[in-house]
Design a protein around this ligand. Structure first.
Ligand code: PMP
Ligand code: GLU
Length: 405
């Protein structure tokens, strides 16, 4: 009998790291299903249910039999709803030719990378960053250039740092404000200062990942990158989605707004890869973006209050340094003061991954270690969970830290 050889995987997946945020989320779900009492701060998703009127739109669509292929970019009604939603944010008129609807913000970003980035290009990513940016950039053969923010400056990069990072091979700069995993955001003035640098380098395209735009808690308003200067729109790709604002992570709805030339190229890719998104979801996009927004505001207020609670409790733990959250639903505390200590099982904690693993096994609290976010001294905790979970989880975390020797 012929010898069976193991399948040889392509180089691109051999070098790619799987998503650690999804891994922690799945682990907590599995442990909970097995009967463990875990407090999960891992998942980057609202704990609220999707508003009823959005769900009703799908029930109605299904009963009408909207179950067939639709145009790759999206139905005319959904494209119009997205264009109208984004117009005031970008400060310009938009048509359906400016919009592509894809399977979540993650898919939108990947299509944009695929349509624009080639081997040898450099992608500038302010760090700490969301785990999928560098992996998607590398899948396109790009070199990732990290620009480190610091916890003392709410993880924001300066115009001087950006200027230094730009080379003739720089292709894309990612701006994610409010930010995952930092939970902070740039002020309009800080963004303008970065935009002045970008305007001096015409080869540079900005990916403006605006998916947390509705989750803002501080004094500074959200401002979308391309609205900062009339010349920026043609060099900006703006991403948004329903996942976070409307508690719709599992629905997989993301959208891209850009110049028609890029939208056409991305739609070409999508047409060969996944086609349209689930057809009966399109009416739900219209319902979400054009329907009542009061539940979005209620969720925002809850996140605001929970974020303040989590920040207060983290900051009270000795040796923990934590920025005040002003956007999204994460804190990214520096826990490195506890590196080198020994846990109750006698294991020395050398890294954030060690800390997170030991915290889960000794205190049943799940956080995401910072390594894959380029924040190796940090862990990420999501406050998209109840006050009770935040109080109990932080109490357990504080006790765990007390026990370290
Ligand atoms: N960008 C950022 C910064 C994120 O945190 C996420 C994770 N949800 C995404 C994009 C992708 O969102 P989606 O779930 O819509 O794919
Ligand atoms: N973006 C969320 C997070 O960071 C969801 C998981 C993912 O897509 O990475 O946790």
């Amino acid at each position: 009998m012929a010898q069976l050889h193991a399948m040889k995987l392509a180089q691109r997946v051999q070098v790619m790291k799987p998503s650690s945020t999804l891994a922690v989320t799945a682990l907590v779900k599995k442990m909970t299903a097995e009967g463990h009492k875990v407090i999960g701060f891992g998942a980057g998703e609202p704990d609220f249910d999707t508003p009823q009127h959005i769900k009703d739109a799908v029930t109605e669509a299904l009963s009408k039999g909207l179950t067939k292929y639709e145009p790759v970019n999206g139905t005319p009604a959904a494209l119009k709803a997205v264009a109208q939603y984004m117009e005031p944010r970008l400060g310009r008129n938009l048509g359906p030719e400016n919009v592509l609807i894809s399977c979540g913000g993650k898919h939108s970003l990947y299509l944009a990378f695929m349509a624009l980035v080639e081997p040898g290009d450099e992608v500038i990513i302010p760090a700490p960053y969301w785990v999928s940016y560098p992996e998607q950039a590398r899948l396109c053969g790009a070199t990732v250039v990290e620009v480190p923010g610091s916890v003392d400056n709410d993880f924001k990069i300066t115009p001087e740092q950006l200027e230094k990072a730009i080379t003739p091979r720089s292709k894309v700069l990612i701006i994610n404000s409010p930010s995952n995993p930092n939970g902070t955001m740039y002020s309009p003035a800080e963004l303008k200062a970065l935009a002045e640098v970008v305007l001096r380098h015409p080869q540079l395209i900005v990916f403006a990942d605006d998916i947390y735009e509705r989750l803002v808690y501080g004094a500074e308003p959200f401002v979308s990158w391309s609205s900062l200067h009339p010349d920026l729109f043609e060099r900006t790709v703006t991403f948004n989605c329903l996942s976070k604002s409307y508690a719709m992570t599992g629905w997989r709805v993301g959208f891209t707004v850009a110049e028609p030339k890029l939208i056409k190229a991305m739609a070409g890719l999508q047409g060969q890869m996944t086609s349209n998104i689930t057809s009966f979801v399109y009416p739900a996009i219209v319902a979400a973006l054009t329907g009542p927004q009061d539940e979005v505001e209620k969720m925002r207020q809850s996140f605001d209050q929970r974020g303040q609670l989590m920040h207060r409790l983290f900051s009270a733990i000795p040796g923990v340094k934590c920025c005040k959250p002003t956007g999204a639903f994460y804190v990214f505390p520096d826990i490195s003061a506890h590196f080198g200590k020994t846990d109750p099982a006698g294991k020395k904690l050398e890294t954030a991954a060690d800390f997170a693993e030991s915290l889960l096994s000794h205190a049943q609290v799940a956080v995401v270690p910072g390594e894959d976010f380029a924040g190796p001294n940090h862990v990420r905790a999501s406050f998209a969970t109840s006050n009770q979970n935040i109080e109990q989880g932080l109490e357990k975390l504080a006790r765990f830290v007390e026990q370290l020797r």
